[in-house]
Design a protein around this ligand. Sequence first.
Ligand code: ZN
Ligand code: ZN
Length: 330
Amino acid sequence: MTAPESSSELKHVDPEQEQDAAIQDEWGPQVLHSTKALFEVGDVFFYSVVISLFFGGLHYYGQQFWSHILATYSKPVIILGGSFIVSQVGFWFWVSLLAVLDLYQLPKSFWRYKIQPLKVPTREWYWKALWVALQNQFLVGVPTGLMLYQLMEWRGNPYGMELPTVMNVAKEMIGFLVVEEVGFYYGHRLLHHPKAYKYIHKQHHLFTAPIGIAAIYCHPVEHFMCNLSPLLLGPVIMKSHVLTLWLWITIAQTNAINSHCGFQLPLFPSPVGHDYHHEVFNKNYGPVGILDWLHGTAGTREMAEEKKQLRAAAAAAAAKKKQQAELKQE
Ligand SMILES: [Zn+2]
Ligand SMILES: [Zn+2]
C-alpha cells in the first residue's frame, strides 16, 4: 500500500494563489481602477490640479515673490539652489508618505490598491534604495545642475521679470513631454541591450515590484542618461523661464515616483504600465506610451489579461477556502 498523498497535493492549490487570497482576506479585495498605460481621466485631473494650484498661487503671490527672489539672490543661486530645493522637497515629500504606507501599512485601506500584492516592501529594500538615491542626487544631480546653469545661461535669460503666461507654459510642457518621451524611450531601450543591461540597467530592475524611492535606484550613468537629461533638455531647448522649469521638475518627478510606487491610487495617473515593465522587463519602455505603441512594445493587453487572471484565481482560491471553512464548521 502506498502512503496517502499530502493534503496540499490533494488540494492542487497553487501556494501563491493561497497567499494572495490570505492577503485579500486581510486587506480587502484588490482594486485596480484601470490597467491603461496612457493618459486617462485621473491623469487629466491630477495635472489640472497641479497646474491650477501653481497658477492660482502665482496670481496672488507670484509677482511679489519673484521680484523678491530676483532682488535677493544671484543668478547661479536661483537656478542651482532653487532647482535643488524644488527637487529635494518634491522627492522626499512623496517618498516619506509612501514609506509610511509601505512599512507601517498606514493607511491600511490603501493596500487594496497594491499592484503586486504578494510582494510586500521591507525596511531592507528601503535602506538599500536610500543610499543609492542619495548618491545619485548629490554625485550626479549636483554636477548636472551646474551644467544646466551653464546651458540655460547660454540659451538666453531664463529669469525674466515677467512671469511666464499660461499659454507659454502649456506650449512648453507639450515640448517637454515630447523630449522626455523620445529621450527616455530610446535611452531606456538602449540600456536593455544585453551589452549595457548587465553593467548598468540591471541595478534598476532589482525591484521587480518597485517602490517610490526606486524611481532613482539606478546606476549613475542611467540616472544622468535616462532620468536627468530627457527631463532637463526640454527647458534648455525651449529657453524656458526658470519658474516653468521648476513646475516641470515637480510634475515629472512626482510622476516618476508615482510610476514606481507600487500602488494604483485613485486620482493619480496609472502606474501599472511601468510596474508591469519591472515585472516582465520587455514591455512599456516609455513614459507616455506613444513610442511603445509605435514600436509594438506596449504591454497593455497582456497586462490586463494577466491581472484579470490573477484576480480570478485569487477569488476562486478565497471562495474555496471559505467553502472548506464552512464545511468544517458543519
Ligand atoms: Zn523603473
Ligand atoms: Zn527597464
